[in-house]
Design a binder for this molecule. Structure first.
Ligand code: SAM
Length: 179
């Protein structure tokens, strides 16, 4: 199981970026994302709507306290990966991380509590420059899956409902099956 914990969502400023953390996690093969900070039902609704239309089993939920999420996952035998530009380099540690069964991958918001660095089993940098939680998630899971996530079929073998893209050299081709 692969879970993402997105810390410190601010309802007025982070709507797009938290939504993009969820959509990127889903698209790159993650099973669920939990976010903390402000409770924001609109994000939960819009991500669930994407899952309904585009397939897969991705789940999104809110938790008031990051500690509840982190310690509950740890009790379920998850290893904690904290993405931070101060951590050890991704390419040095990803072979070891791939051997772990369950992961909780933590990305920060404006300010990351220092305890996260202490509690993490792995503090991992995606390059040693500041960028974005969305980019960090995408590159981390791309390396984790060695690129195989890019050809994943979200509608399973039996495509009955929703939307599916047929890749084209030019233009757009989409199949839509009605609900
Ligand atoms: N100022 C924040 C702090 O105290 O760490 C960081 C803010 S940054 C915009 C938001 C998040 O993006 C970070 O917490 C981290 O999860 C992720 N991030 C940004 N650059 C990263 C990098 N080079 N490697 C890994 N993660 C990164």
């Amino acid at each position: 199981m692969l879970s993402v914990l997105r810390l410190g969502h601010r309802v007025r400023r982070d709507k797009r970026i938290t939504t993009h953390c969820a959509l990127t996690s889903r698209a790159f093969g993650v099973d669920e994302m939990v976010f903390t900070g402000d409770k924001d039902e609109s994000i939960i609704k819009s991500v669930r709507d994407v899952v309904k239309r585009w397939g897969g089993n991705f789940r999104i939920s809110y938790s008031k306290k990051w500690k509840d999420v982190l310690f509950s996952k740890r009790n379920q035998d998850y290893k904690i990966v904290h993405l931070t530009m101060y951590g050890v380099q991704l390419l040095d540690v990803i072979p070891k991380i791939r051997k772990e069964k369950n992961l909780l991958v933590v990305v920060g918001g404006e300010k990351v509590p220092p305890e996260i660095f202490k509690e993490a089993d792995y503090n991992v940098s995606v390059g040693l420059q500041p960028h974005s939680e969305v980019a960090a998630l995408a590159v981390f899971f791309h390396e984790y899956f060695k690129g195989k996530e890019l050809t994943r079929d979200f509608n399973n073998k039996k495509f009955e409902k929703g939307i599916k893209i047929l890749p084209q050299e030019k233009g757009k081709k989409v199949i839509k099956n009605s609900f």
